[in-house]
Design a protein around this ligand. Structure first.
Ligand code: SF4
Length: 220
């Protein structure tokens, strides 16, 4: 990538320069010394299966097979290896792990037994405001029942994506009303048993400040 493109991204706040004290030679040296030194997060992408067909999905070319039952033993071993080197934050991404991937909640619970860890669920929010739905291999009566179970298993962070303002988001996600359901969940966060709720803004960083922060009590 040419330097001017990088400068534009920095000017837009999308990239941050490394600390000035680090020369390229320093970075190479530190990487050779310990490539894992700055690793703090580990993401489990246990399935590419998803109940959505978003226009922009980076997983679209992936074969969306129904996920096999998750083999927890090797995944717990990964956690056991990651924890001693300082990794404390664990993400479950997909695909839609919330819908598929039976057994991941047990892994989340295992992680949370280790002090100082956090577990985040990245979700498209398809289950919001639904009744009698299946998630993580379990039948839930409604959104609150699912949120309670997430909390019981130590999942305290939910991450939703917003791809733009309402019309654009719903169009890209091919789900009319989804944007509103996500915002409803944020606005009524006092009813949620899982906190904090985070929003990942996929597309419009500039516009977000004017419409997402308006009247909402949450940071994004
Ligand atoms: S919710 Fe995510 S994984 Fe599913 S189709 Fe949309 S972008 Fe792809």
């Amino acid at each position: 990538m040419d330097r001017s493109a990088i400068d534009r991204l920095i000017a837009q706040g999308l990239l941050q320069p490394a600390r000035p004290s680090l020369t390229p030679q320093d970075i190479v040296r530190r990487y050779r010394q310990n490539p894992l030194e700055h690793l703090t997060r580990l993401s489990f992408e246990l399935t590419t299966a998803c109940n959505f067909h978003c226009r922009h999905c980076r997983n679209a070319p992936a074969v969306r097979v129904a996920p096999a039952p998750i083999d927890l033993a090797p995944l717990k071993a990964v956690v056991d290896e990651a924890y001693p080197i300082g990794i404390r934050h664990f993400d479950f991404i997909g695909g839609e792990i919330s819908k598929f991937g039976n057994g991941w909640l047990e892994l989340a619970h295992y992680i949370r037994q280790k002090p100082g860890t956090t577990v985040a669920l990245f979700t498209n929010g398809g289950w919001l405001e639904q009744t009698d739905f299946t998630a993580a291999g379990v039948r839930y009566a409604d959104e609150s029942a699912y949120l309670d179970d997430l909390r019981q298993h130590g999942v305290r962070h939910l991450v939703f994506s917003l791809d733009g303002a309402e019309e654009r988001h719903d169009d890209w996600r091919r789900h009319r009303g989804l944007y509103r359901r996500i915002l409803n969940a944020l606005i009524s966060s006092s009813h949620l048993t899982v906190r904090p709720v985070r929003v990942v803004v996929e597309a419009i960083r500039v516009t977000i400040t004017s419409w997402l922060t308006r009247g909402l009590p949450l940071q994004c």
